[in-house]
Design a protein. Sequence first.
Length: 407
Amino acid sequence: MKELLGKATSPLRNVFHRFEPGVWIVAIMQFFTVIGFSICMPFLSLYLYQDRGLSMTLVGVIILAAGLCSAVSQALGGALSDRFGRRPILLVAASVGMFLFAGLAILIGISAPVWAIAIVYIASRSGLTIARPVISAMVADFTSKGRLTEAYGILRIGANMGWAAGPAIGGYLATFLPYGWLFGVPVLTSGIVCLIVLFVLRESSPGTNRTVGFRSILPPAGDRAFLVFTMVSLLLFIVMGQMASTLSIFAVDKVGFSTSQYGLLLTLNGLIVIFFQYPMTLVIRRLAKFHALILGSLFYLFGYLSFGWITQFGWALGAMAIITTGEIIHSPVTLSVIGELAPQDQRGRYMGFYGLSETLGISAGPLVGGLLLDAFPSDMRLVWAPIASIALIAAVGYYLWARRFRL
């Protein structure tokens, strides 16, 4: 074990020279995008549930609708980046997001009708997610296959630096500011991303002459290994989707934690990723990929299952640490698998189609959690046990996928 850890940590000494500058630039962009998003979005469910009186089932339906639209925009964004290049699509996504989040902040600030808030929320999420497959494709453009898992680890560190700071800041601000002010932050961060794309980021793929239409986002579905992998991952994404909605209601409304404590739970998630993601990628790159995927799924299983018996904040922090361990094992490996399966000239399409699955799963998660919360409001074990069982099914699915396609 010492020999394994020694070999794994030796690249830490020259980590900044192991990757193209473009990898670090898109990681910085991820930081600004995620900190803006995470300051406000985790608290949207609380706002709609506590301040506007919506049921958790209806909140879940709104989030699912946003996910369906975001899934399509994400798949389309990947295909457009293969056709027109990466930078133009990133610039459009950041610019559109800046204006839509400004509108959302105003609507929440004036307590506009819920349907209006829902429409602009759906549009803002759709605009934001256009950039996700483009950034993932750029990492693959800049990186050799042998270092993809590490490079996606770097990308996740950038995102989780934002995730660590955002909810804590948002939770603190929510104690004395109206929710509308929180949604003004992404306006600023989206503007910063625009400036980085315009003046710092270089193009990684010049584009092709292929026509972009609805069919252009579907070719990856013809790759059976990719399609089955995406379907199995969808199950685990449903489990991941509990963090920003079901968990907030459980922590604040059911257990009685403060919004600041809920924000600290999410901050712990981000901090663990920041400090342990890259060392973990150096360890798991020596494992078969399907072993890492199964292991990550099992950590999700035990972490979410434990919430059914938690009433103290300290134990909640422990459960979050278990869940985050699963995250830092599972997430970079999945992107590495997609990067290896994708042909070079279709990376945007593959990342976009996979992102469609991710967005659908994470958006369906709050609906699943909301139905369980409404059905079993007094027994949290009956909420978290079914959610945890989905992670177990995903673990079995990854095992069968690897055996079927010998990957």
